[in-house]
Design a protein around this ligand. Structure first.
Ligand code: PD2
Ligand code: ZN
Length: 295
């Protein structure tokens, strides 16, 4: 992916930005940047405090990074990212959604009660009516969608807002991650029967020619949201091998994770997969959130 870097220009606004909210904020920005904190997360916290506007936060981070002579350049375009919800309870669309686990590397959040049992059943019934077809993967060489032993599930794609329920779920997930619904791909439903799996892979596109054709249309897949619609009796965990993290699929729950680093490049730690189902059936819904509008 081509990442544009803004040259740092010393306008008076920029010069003042770091001090604009007082000495304690100056110290917070400098200390955390120096400690290697992710500027995306820092910007998120600055906005949540209510003290900073988006532009003043970016200006303060820009000037601080320059003053600290950080040898990593920060792409401030990518500071705008879908969020990972913080621990706690969020009230979305009339539902209390519990965020029970947060991991930093890779960036992962586990949420409970994202969909009701009725919504899971309704979506699954609609997907079955449309008809599942064997899943494919994007071939890294030519970008074509091809069947592959690494992904033995079957799936159904929904158009955006295909039904009122699909539109409602899209809006809820957009709110959960504070990322525009227009940047989402259509929801995909995947069903895994016994022995079926999705071996470890990246959801972010590779920087190859084949990947580039996907990137031109909506940019990178920044976040993935997986919502479990059907609980298998055993097996089928979603795993992040680099972190040694395994998540048991439970209908109504969701895992939200970031596929890229603070520069918008594919994050090696985001490698993830779906273990084979041992008994029963696992069904998930996947939403990929792009950098830009995705039509
Ligand atoms: O089914 C899963 O747990 C899983 C694992 C990894 C799904 C996906 N990736 C995906 O849909 O990208
Ligand atoms: Zn995946």
């Amino acid at each position: 992916m081509v990442v544009a870097h803004h040259p740092i220009s010393f306008t008076p606004t920029l010069g003042n930005a770091l001090d604009s909210q007082g000495p304690s904020w100056r110290e917070w920005v400098v200390t955390n940047l120096r400690a290697g904190c992710d500027p995306i997360d820092m910007k998120g916290r600055m906005l949540e405090s209510g003290a900073w506007s988006e532009q003043s936060a970016i200006d303060a981070l820009t000037i601080a990074a320059h003053q600290l002579h950080l040898n990593r350049s920060i792409d401030f375009d990518t500071l705008a990212m879908p969020c990972l919800p913080d621990l706690g309870t969020l009230n979305l669309d009339g539902r209390p959604i519990d965020v029970t686990v947060r991991l930093n590397t890779p960036a992962v959040a586990l949420c409970e009660n994202v969909l009701s049992a009725g919504e899971c059943t309704q979506l699954l019934a609609y997907a079955r009516k449309k008809g599942f077809v064997p899943s494919t993967v994007v071939d890294d060489k030519d970008g074509a969608n091809v069947p592959h032993p690494e992904r033995t599930s079957s799936g159904v794609m929904f158009a955006k807002a295909e039904t009122p329920l699909v539109a409602r779920i899209e809006a809820r997930l957009a709110e959960l991650t504070r990322w525009p619904v227009e940047h989402g791909e259509g929801l995909q439903i995947l069903a895994y029967r016994e022995g079926q799996e999705y071996r470890p892979h990246f959801d972010a596109f590779a920087e190859t020619e084949a990947g580039a054709s996907h990137l031109r249309h909506g940019g990178q897949r920044l976040n993935t949201v997986i919502v479990y619609l059907r609980t298998p009796r055993s097996g089928g965990a979603t795993v992040f091998p680099k972190a040694g993290l395994s998540i048991r699929p439970r209908a109504g729950g969701a895992v939200v994770f970031r596929n890229v680093d603070s520069q918008g490049q594919r994050d090696p730690a985001s490698l993830h997969g779906g273990l084979p189902v041992d008994d029963g059936e696992k069904v998930i819904l996947t939403l990929w959130q792009r950098q830009r509008r995705f039509e």
